[in-house]
Design a protein around this ligand. Structure first.
Ligand SMILES: C[S@@+](CC[C@H](N)C(=O)[O-])C[C@H]1O[C@@H](n2cnc3c(N)ncnc32)[C@H](O)[C@@H]1O
Length: 207
C-alpha cells in the first residue's frame, strides 16, 4: 500500500478515515503502535469504530485537527479528499501538525505543494500510483524544502518536483493525455497558460 509504506510511527493520526482501512492495516502490520482517527461525520465515525474495535485506536468525532492536541501524534495522514479541503484542514491548526504528513488527494496535488512550501514542510517523497485513476501521494517532513532546487517553480509546483526529477513514467503519460485534452480548448486564455507550463514540464522530462 503506497500510503502505508510512508508511515512508521509510535502514534499516527488519520483524519477522515471512513472505513479505517489504512489505520487498521497500520496497526495490524505493526507499522504503528497506536492510532487516533478523527471523523467529521457520524456514519463514517461509526464505520471507523467498528473497523478498529479491539485495536489500540481512539476514534474521535470532530472536524480535522480541532480534535487533536499538539504533540499527540508523530505522523498524520489525509487521504481520499480534494486537495482544497485538505489545505483547509491543515491550515486551520498549524500548531497541532505533527512533523510528518502523508497526503493522498483525489485531484491535483498542486495546492498541497504550495501550502507545504508556505507552512515550512519539506517534500521528501512523491509517488504516482495507478488505481481507479492516477493518484499522487506526497510525503512531507517539517523542515527546509530542497525538492525544487534546479527546477522552474511553476511546472514543479503543478506536476511535482520529485516526479519530474525521477522522470516518473506515469507522469509522462498523464502530461501527454492532459496536453491532448487541453489542445482541443486552446482558444481559452487560461488553457493556453496551462499548456505553457505543461510544455515546460514535458521539456524537463525530455519529451
Ligand atoms: C472519501 S472518504 C476517504 C476515506 C479514507 N481516508 C480513504 O482514503 O479511503 C473522506 C472522509 O473524510 C471525512 N472528512 C471530511 N472532512 C473532514 C474533516 N474536516 N475532518 C474529519 N473528517 C473529515 C468524511 O466524513 C469521509 O469519511
Amino acid at each position: 500500500m503506497a500510503v502505508a509504506q510512508e508511515i512508521r510511527a509510535p502514534t499516527h493520526a488519520d483524519i477522515g478515515a471512513d472505513h479505517a482501512l489504512l489505520p487498521r492495516y497500520l496497526l495490524l502490520s505493526g507499522r504503528v503502535e497506536r492510532v487516533i482517527v478523527v471523523e467529521k461525520n457520524r456514519g463514517p465515525w461509526e464505520n471507523s469504530r467498528r473497523a478498529l474495535a479491539g485495536l489500540n485506536a481512539e476514534v474521535r468525532l470532530g472536524d480535522g485537527l480541532s480534535a487533536l492536541q499538539a504533540g499527540e501524534a508523530d505522523a498524520l495522514s489525509l487521504c481520499g479528499m480534494g486537495a482544497g479541503r485538505m489545505v483547509r484542514i491543515l491550515s486551520a491548526h498549524p500548531g497541532r501538525l505533527p512533523p510528518r504528513l502523508v497526503l493522498q488527494p483525489n485531484d491535483s496535488a498542486e495546492p498541497l505543494r504550495r501550502w507545504a512550501l508556505s507552512a515550512g514542510f519539506a517534500l521528501v517523497n512523491e509517488q504516482m500510483v495507478e488505481g481507479f485513476w492516477r493518484y499522487g501521494i506526497l510525503t512531507l517532513q517539517r523542515g527546509t524544502c530542497t525538492a525544487y532546487a534546479g527546477l522552474p517553480l511553476e511546472p514543479a509546483l503543478r506536476y511535482g518536483p520529485l516526479l519530474l526529477k525521477a522522470r516518473h513514467p506515469l507522469l509522462e503519460a498523464a502530461l501527454q493525455e492532459r496536453q491532448q485534452y487541453l489542445q482541443k480548448l486552446v482558444q481559452v486564455e487560461k488553457v493556453r497558460a496551462e499548456l505553457e507550463v505543461l510544455g515546460q514540464a514535458l521539456a524537463l522530462l525530455g519529451v
